[in-house]
Design a protein around this ligand. Structure first.
Ligand SMILES: *Cc1c(COP(=O)(O)O)cnc(C)c1O
Length: 402
């Protein structure tokens, strides 16, 4: 079988072998229910407490501010819908978010709009940033929540969360950040950020899928999303996914312990790929700012092509990448993120995301560029969109054409 080169680490990451081994052991041996009152249960409870302490330590939070969930999507739903319900009790039915959030946020907001809430969707700049002054201007007396993602999952731009949280605090408005792409990839300190709520997900930092966290600052109470037993201090019911939770905590410890090296390595691959594509393949462009960008994210537009074509060609070479958000891969609409930063529709269609992880090598990055340098000119030679554009440039000398 062909060797797989995995450059889709923003969609999910391979589980670290050390994490997988620990999880297998927990599944096989620590099978007690943490709520049970005998030694097997106590052993499980102890392991759960340890994981909570560990996650709290990694984020500079307290253990009683960490609530385990079934992943990033549940944490996002809980933050948005919980804050909306709590706000409505005080007559606050306005929410603020951005136009380029993950669908876990956007679709939660849409659901709330159907229940009579109003939502302001802030537009990012063409470089991919939310301006704190836009957040300040959007806050109303009845604003219940501001939710702005820490790092965008498609273009990797890192938002000024600390400044935005400060504004929210001044106005007495709850602040949530979807930090799913940030935690384990860049330093995240909840005290420094000053946010009230923060979501993260295990499978985005070489941990397991189906497990995540909502950080909830002490004194902030959201109504429950999942009702049932008394787990998670009676705030999120369900028998705990102990192997997943312990595996996630361990993966986060590993990521945080090696963060500087991990970031430097990813940045080296990212910068090599961006620079080489922009240098050697004509009519290409980086989507989103190069500065203040996740170390592992490259998102590039190839004029005159459809991302799906490139995706299939890369797959033939054993290379995994993305045309945008993985959640969008079964839709033909251009990425809402690229539309939000003002890309014309056809450029949105011709964009590719390459995201790098600690397991990737420079040889793999070079191979990606070698393959792109072959397939892009070949596909363009067959593309009506590209040839029409070439003709226009030829006939009109390029005048008036951007
Ligand atoms: C992956 C992702 C999510 C969803 O997390 P899951 O654990 O897959 O539910 C939410 N927000 C962002 C920014 C993501 O990248």
């Amino acid at each position: 079988m062909q060797q797989i080169i995995y450059f889709d680490n923003a969609a999910t990451t391979p589980c670290d072998e050390r994490v997988a081994a620990r999880m297998a052991q927990i599944l096989a041996t620590t099978y007690g229910n943490p709520s049970s009152h005998y030694s097997l249960g106590y052993e499980a409870k102890e392991m759960l407490d340890k994981a909570r302490e560990s996650v709290a330590h990694s984020l500079n939070a307290s253990a009683n501010e960490i609530f385990f969930t079934s992943g990033g999507s549940e944490a996002d739903n809980w933050a948005v819908k919980g804050a909306a319900l709590a706000g409505a009790k005080k007559g606050k039915k306005h929410l603020i978010t951005t136009a380029f959030e993950h669908h876990a946020i956007l679709h939660s907001m849409r659901a709330l709009e159907q229940q009579g809430y109003t939502v302001t969707y802030l537009k990012p700049t063409s470089e991919g940033f939310i301006r704190p002054e836009d957040v300040a201007a959007a806050i109303q007396p009845d604003t219940a929540l501001v939710s702005v993602m820490y790092a965008n999952n498609e273009i990797g731009t890192i938002q000024p969360i600390q400044e935005i949280a400060k504004i929210c605090k001044e106005h007495g408005v709850l602040m949530h950040t979807d930090a799913v792409q940030a935690v384990g990839s860049i330093p995240v300190d909840v005290q420094e950020l000053g946010v009230d709520l923060l979501s993260l997900s295990g499978h985005k930092f070489n941990g397991p899928k189906g497990v995540g966290v909502l950080y909830c600052r002490r004194g902030v109470f959201l109504p429950n999303l999942i009702d049932g037993g008394g787990q998670e201090s009676r705030r999120r019911a369900g028998t705990e996914n102990l192997a997943g939770i312990s595996g996630m905590a361990f993966a986060l410890e590993l990521a945080v312990a090696s963060l500087e090296d991990k970031m430097a390595h990813q940045k080296e691959l990212r910068d090599y790929v961006i620079r080489r594509i922009l240098d050697t393949i004509p009519a290409t462009q980086l989507n989103g700012s190069w500065e203040n960008r996740l170390p592992g994210n490259a998102n590039i537009n190839f004029l005159g092509l459809e991302g799906e074509t490139i995706l299939l060609d890369l797959d033939m070479h054993g290379i995994c990448a993305s045309t945008g958000s993985a959640c969008n891969s079964d839709s033909l609409d251009p990425s809402h993120v690229l539309m939000a930063i003002g890309l014309p529709e056809e450029m949105g269609h011709g964009s590719m995301r390459f995201t790098f992880g600690p397991q990737n090598t420079m040889e793999e990055a070079q191979h990606l560029c070698d393959v792109l340098e072959t397939i892009i000119p070949m596909r363009r030679a067959m593309s009506c969109m590209w040839l029409q554009n070439e003709n226009k440039v030829r006939n009109f000398g390029g005048e008036g054409e951007a």
